[in-house]
Design a binder for this molecule. Sequence first.
Ligand code: IMP
Length: 197
Amino acid sequence: MKKIVIATKNNGKLREMTEAFAELPVEIVSLEDFGELPDAIEDGKTFAENAKIKAEFFSSKTGYACIADDSGLEVEALGGIPGVYSARFAGFHADDGTNNQKLIEELERIGVAESKADYRCALTFVDIDGTSLETEGVCYGTIKKIAKGQGGFGYDPYFYIDGNKTMAELTLEEKNKISHRGAALRRMVTLLKEYLS
Ligand code: IMP
């Protein structure tokens, strides 16, 4: 059975992807199965470039086919930032708390109460012969300065999916149905089914 490495050190993402690929005739393994590996240098200008950089890097390090993702938030009133810098918006040692604080400060600095925004996720599969498959998913919403909900992660408590419900108020199952990552994963499953058949 074909082995595919999921190139993430995030257990939440690993679980989501393992579940999504469960229906495929493949063996899913995680980066942790390969011991200490260096980090890929994510210096792409787009989510798709970064996903490809990671998939190619970890495929060459492990010797197996690999799937990587890159995702983030784009806020219209801020010209699309934080974008590919979403994970480290507040700096090198940023976490969800400092990133969200920076987001609110930026909205305050330009004097807007809320802004249209989207989450984007790019997924890349790279096989050992270099074949690559790419998908993308997007989820539209609004960033407001009032946090609500305990679920999800990252910017979810500020990401309103309708007038007054945030992504952080959804169960994981509900989130997967509408999320950028859910959409990109479902498209990847379709492409992989065809590729592997
Ligand atoms: P990645 O792990 O390099 O793809 O970085 C993604 C970053 O974008 C995360 O650290 C979050 O800040 C943000 N992000 C991506 N997807 C989501 C989501 O579903 N909810 C909240 N924040 C997200």
